[in-house]
Design a protein around this ligand. Sequence first.
Ligand code: URA
Length: 209
Amino acid sequence: MSNVTVLDHPLIQHKLTIMRNKETSIAGFRRLLREIAHLMCYEVTRDLELEMVPIETPMTEMESPTIKGKKLVFASILRAGNGLLDGMLDLVPAARVAHIGLYRDHETLEPVEYYFKAPADLANRLIIVVDPMLATGNSATAAIEKLKERGANNIRFLCLLAAPEGIKHFAEAQPDVPVYTASIDTHLNEKGYIIPGLGDAGDRMYGTK
Ligand code: URA
């Protein structure tokens, strides 16, 4: 699993445990997802290239580092991706945003696209695709294929939980896309849910069940 980085920071792991607990409230779940997104965003962007720019402090002139290159793009797989997106945008407010609407057909577990809106110029930007759950890997793969069709050539995938089945499928389909996750759980059940998991991330965020 060389394309996967498990983000094992104690704060991420602690918050994830509270999120997994079925007694955690909707408000608590949403707040924790946003907080974890801050910590994960920090990790997933830690190797971004910097360039020196001239500025003037109140005291003197200096050269100081800023992030090099075009603005980042955060691509949220709707709807649960928006929970991570909110936290990512707290840290990188100037990022561009893509929304990719996919739902899982409950019979086939295949993704069905119902919405796609992305910035026009995706080439040569770092694109971080966010979805809390990498389950079968079908939605993530479909979303990334669509982004690549539109010129994306530098993509990372960020999720909270991943199933081994999803990681395997994803690595075969998108070998050039590194995955960042807080946990690799044990397996998927017959309905495509991650076990032990945290349930349906969208329902837990939005109280729709
Ligand atoms: N999507 C979810 O929200 N939960 C899972 O366990 C799998 C996919």
